[in-house]
Every structure is written in C-alpha cells, then in structure tokens.
Design a binder for this molecule. Structure first.
Ligand code: TYM
Length: 334
C-alpha cells in the first residue's frame, strides 16, 4: 500500500515497434486501472539486452516508449513512468532472488524456450534468468496487481512462487502479486496466421498492426487479414481469424462478442474488416498525434524521466534495504 492505495506494476520492452497486441493486452488496461492504484510503469531496458541491441537504437526506442506511455493517456504526475535502468535496485534484487530460484523452474519457461530457438547463437544467462528480473521488478514495489497479456502469465506464476518461498523463510517481506487480464484483448493473434500471437518481431509486416501505422495502412492490413471461407461473422473455435477480429473489435469498442455477431449478421467479411480497422484507427490516430506533439517537448520529457526515477528509486530502495537486512547483509554505517 502507498498512501492507502494498492500498488500496480507493469512494464514493456523497448525492442521492436509496439503492436496493437501490446496496446490491447496491456496499455489499455493500464489506463483504466491508473486511478484506482498507485502505479509504476517501467520501460524495461535491462530486459531488452537479453537479445543483442544496437545501443543508439535501444536508447531512442526507450525514449519513444516512455513518451508513448504518456501519449496513451497515463498522467506522469500521478503514475510513475520511468526507465528500469535508472533504478539500480532492480538488478540488485534480481541477484538476491536468483539465489531463491531453481534452475528447474526457469527451464520450464516457454518464453525462454521460444527465444532460445530464435536466437540460437546467443543463449545467454540473462535470457535464462529473465523471469527473475521480472520478479524483482514487481516485488520491489510490493505490487498487488500486474496487468499483462496472457503470454506473461507464466512469469507471474514464477514471481509468486519466488515471493512465497522467500516469505516462508524470512516472514512477510513481499506482497504476493495477482495478474490482471482484460476481458478482451489478452491475446491478440497475428493477422496473417491466427494461430500465432501478434508479435513485434514478426517478419511479415502485414501480420501486425503497429501503434504508429497510419489509418490507410491499418485498413489495408485488416482487409488482408486471413479469415476463412465460411462467410459469416461467428465467434467460435474454428474460425480463428474471425475470432481474433471480433476480439480486437470488442476490445476497441467495448461491445461484447455476442453484440458484434448480431451487428454483422448477414453482412460480409469486407464490411466487418472495415469496421474493425476503423475502430482501431479511431484509437491510434489521436494517440499518434499526442505522441508527435509530446516528442517535441524535450525539457518536459526530461523532467518526467528525472522526477520519476527518483520516486521509483525511493520505493524500490525501501524494499531492497529490508530484503538485504533479512538475508543477513551488514547494515550500512551512516
Ligand atoms: P512485452 O514487452 O513483450 O509486452 C508488453 C505487454 O504486452 C503484452 N502483449 C500482448 N497482449 C496481448 N496480445 C498480444 N499479442 C501481446 N503481445 C504482447 C504482454 O503480455 C505484456 O503485458 N517481460 C515483459 C515485460 C516486463 C514486465 C515486467 C511486465 C518486464 N518486467 C514486470 C509486467 C511486470 C515483456 O517482455 O513484455
């Protein structure tokens, strides 16, 4: 609790171009929860270097992502928006938690298996202990809730296991966090292969809607989205492409899948795809305009970066000091 409010933590990687999946699975829920909770939203650049990055590009993407959080509507005066690398407690707690995490647990992580397959020439130790750093992010702020997409649930599970293990030895040190999944949009699929998650790293540019795509591109990509030959808008487990488009439309408009099926009863896929594309563009166009405006205001963004790193550091330090004492590190002499 901070000032009587429960705490929320979440983060995104500054690698690749953010997709509609990132927005609907995470960012959109961050917006709805931000009044109710004391929120920490991190640009997780420490995680990014588990895969080789061009330094200048990483720095530029990280700043863009931080600006995008604000452009999406998160008030940086109320929400702590900061770079993970500016708060060294993340790395320090991660080390300690490494000593409370089993190799067998990490071996089971599907993201590790996927990423090692993709980057076979660089299966580094950071990639393996990635979920421990994620646990450190969350536990440092004593987060009650962590809004994420479905693909991160396994990492939330291991975070809870590590926290419970630590608490069982040292008493109630960490709050046990709960994941938060939105009603719709928790797993947005590729527009070109609806059995695959929409992903920043997809080589097929038509598979993903990027948050910076303009309206024409968005509509064109939806028009090309893979569907089926049934010809009717129905919500079931066989028409996977249509299922995904219904999920997207539902997340963008707030309509339920049943209402959507009714709305497009008797209409063709062309009309439906256009409506989905327009609903997405209605959200992304104003977001992009705010982003380009904000990006110009260097001094404002710099101020946010500085202030919020200090705020995050204050809370993170509190937890880290407590943990260091519990595990038996000597007290600092002042
Ligand atoms: P990242 O950067 O891959 O994704 C950021 C958020 O977007 C969600 N997401 C999706 N949701 C629905 N459909 C999709 N197709 C889709 N693709 C991505 C992700 O679930 C995530 O919520 N390890 C994390 C970042 C992280 C983090 C944390 C998150 C580091 N520390 C602590 C929460 C708490 C990651 O790589 O997310």
């Amino acid at each position: 609790m901070i000032d009587g409010k429960k705490v929320l933590f979440s983060g995104m990687q500054a690698t690749g171009n953010l997709t509609l999946g990132n927005y609907l699975g995470a960012l959109k829920n961050w917006l709805t929860l931000s009044d109710e909770y004391e929120c920490f939203y991190s640009v997780v650049d420490l995680h990014s270097i588990t895969v080789r990055q061009d330094p200048a590009e990483l720095r530029s993407r990280a700043r863009k992502l931080l600006t995008l959080y604000i452009a999406a509507g998160l008030d940086p005066k109320k929400n702590c928006i900061y770079y993970q690398s500016h708060v060294s407690c993340h790395a320090e707690l991660s080390w300690i938690l490494n000593c409370f995490t089993y190799m067998g647990e990490l071996n089971r992580m599907t993201q590790f298996k996927d990423k090692s397959a993709k980057h076979a020439d660089n299966i580094n130790a950071g990639l393996f202990t990635y979920p421990v750093l994620m646990a450190a992010d969350i536990l440092l702020y004593q987060a009650d809730v962590v809004p994420v997409g479905k693909d991160q649930l396994q990492h939330l599970e291991i975070t809870r296991d590590i926290a419970q293990r630590f608490n069982a030895i040292y008493g109630d040190v960490f709050t046990i966090p709960e994941p938060y999944l939105g009603k719709s949009g928790a797993k947005i699929m590729s527009l070109q292969d609806p059995t695959k998650k929409m992903s920043k790293s997809d080589e097929n540019l038509n598979a993903s809607i990027y948050l910076m795509d303009d309206k024409d591109t968005i509509i064109r990509k939806f028009k090309r989205a893979v569907t089926d030959s049934e010809g009717c808008v129905a919500y079931n487990d066989t028409q996977l492409g249509i299922h995904n488009l219904i999920d997207i439309y539902s997340a963008c408009t707030g309509k339920t899948p049943e209402e959507i099926v009714k709305e497009f009863d008797g209409k063709g896929y062309g009309d439906f795809k256009l409506a989905v594309g327009e609903s997405v563009a209605d959200i992304l166009t104003p977001l992009q305009a705010r982003f380009y405006e904000l990006e110009k205001d260097k001094a404002y963004i710099d101020g946010i970066i500085k202030e919020n790193a200090e705020k995050a550091g204050y809370y993170a330090n509190k937890t880290l000091r407590k943990v260091q004492k519990k595990v038996g590190f000597p007290e600092r002499i002042r």
